[in-house]
Design a protein around this ligand. Structure first.
Ligand code: 9WN
Length: 417
């Protein structure tokens, strides 16, 4: 059977009726940014079903505009922390109390096409919800002028060493309620975050519950507050796509001006993430100003967001060339020359399909075709060698963590089409 057919079958097996789970067992719910990539993959063969992926995700939107990282349409014993541990949340469907990188708007732009064939009806159907989602990031998840994050899970890059400077400042809650992890029951524990990291992840959840999931308080008073290049660049790109959509739909001057203001804020904030020492955009702890210590696979998303100075971009390209000489498969999630690089441990090294997708897209859009092609080809080689895994060892191409993974199948389809 062809890999393209296996990819379609993988998405069909992970379909739970209008929404798609990342993989059975390990991740049995709908995840926010996963669904955006999944929709793009499904769109290569079934546009109506792809659109349902978008609208089902939007069904979970909170009254304040947030779209949570996970929507719990059931209470599945396979996953922890599920709905009971997150507690009562204000959305229409039980959910987590944090978001994820807002790639949805850019996916909607791509799904609805370009030129005279573009689907303005579908854009109009979701515009207000997308606008509210972006507004939520700018109003409720902004600190010191930059979009922030309150939880490593919100960044989509759980145990990336970027978060260690923020996690080191935190104490595990002395009254942390006991719990049993489920992730380690599904996959090899050496691929997953450590116990201390989990205790801190759960401590942040306990704090969120204690303030009734008041998102402003979570940002201002919570135990963890960092700026993330992943969320920053994805939101900036999405704001630009939202502006194009607003203009296309003839939205009011107020709406257009609000989005223009968010873009100006984002452009100005990129410098906050720039580490001259590393020649990279990296995460920073907002309260202490400390930079993280390595080049990650979201450092090059400046191309995707079309931001950064020519000098900054040149240094990012130099770093990419250096890293390409160290690994067999681009793009590792953490710098192979940095401390804490672990080629199999989740966000400490493995290659992530959705990241390669966005990085390659940004590089191609800004004329860096050779690197873009390398980043696409390397992921395709890893898939050909190992199958549709969640992520891949950058030294060997072996699959890591979850099997039969939706976004890997979706990225393959998006590129093969
Ligand atoms: C927590 C579903 C998600 C991805 C994230 C990835 C991982 C969850 C976990 O799986 O996170 O949200 O339990 O490890 O880090 O990017 O969306 O695929």
């Amino acid at each position: 059977m062809s890999l393209t057919q296996i990819a379609i079958d993988t998405l069909a097996k992970n379909d739970r009726g209008g929404f798609t789970i990342p993989t059975a067992g390990l991740y049995p719910y709908q995840w926010n940014w996963d669904s955006a990539f999944i929709a793009l993959g499904i769109a290569t063969y079934d546009m109506d079903r792809a659109w349902a992926e978008v609208t089902s995700l939007l069904e979970g939107q909170w009254p304040d505009g947030m779209i949570p990282s996970i929507i719990f349409r059931s209470d599945d014993p396979d996953y922890f922390p599920g709905p009971s541990r997150w507690g009562k949340t204000p959305g229409p469907i039980p959910s987590t109390g944090v978001s994820q990188p807002p790639v949805l708007t850019t996916a909607v732009m791509q799904l609805t096409g370009t030129g005279s064939n573009r689907d303005t009806a579908r854009r109009a159907e979701v515009f207000d919800q997308l606008f509210a989602y972006h507004k939520w990031f700018h109003d409720n998840r902004t600190a010191k002028g930059i979009v922030a994050t309150v939880h490593p899970w919100e960044t989509g890059r759980d145990n990336c060493p970027e978060w260690n400077i923020g996690l080191d400042l935190m104490q595990v809650a002395p009254d942390l309620a006991p719990y049993t992890r489920m992730d380690n029951k599904h996959v090899d524990a050496s691929f997953r975050p450590t116990q201390e990291q989990y205790d801190k992840y759960l401590t942040i959840i306990q704090f969120g519950q204690s303030v009734g999931w008041d998102q402003r308080r979570l940002t201002e008073e919570g135990p963890f507050l960092m700026a993330d290049p992943n969320i920053h660049f994805i939101l900036l790109r999405a704001d630009k796509d939202l502006l194009a959509m607003a203009r296309d739909l003839g939205k009011s001057a107020d709406v257009v001006a609000a989005i223009e203001g968010w873009i100006a804020k984002g452009e100005a904030a990129s410098d906050f993430l720039w580490s001259e020492e590393l020649g990279a955009f990296t995460a920073r702890d907002i309260r202490t100003g400390a930079f993280s210590k390595g080049f990650s696979n979201c450092s090059p998303l400046c191309f995707y967001a079309d931001t950064g100075t020519p000098e900054q971009r040149a240094r990012i390209l130099e770093n990419l060339q250096r890293i390409a000489s160290k690994v067999d498969y681009m793009l590792p999630s953490w710098d192979p020359d940095a401390d804490e690089f672990e080629p199999q441990r989740y966000w400490c090294g493995p290659v992530w399909p959705q990241m390669n997708f966005m990085v390659a897209q940004g590089l191609a859009e800004t004329g860096e075709d050779t690197l873009a092609q390398l980043i696409r080809d390397d992921l395709c080689r890893a898939i050909e060698k190992s199958g549709f895994w969640e992520c891949f060892n950058p030294l060997t191409g072996e699959g890591c963590v979850g099997k039969n993974f939706s976004w890997t199948a979706a990225v393959w389809l998006s590129w093969q089409h």
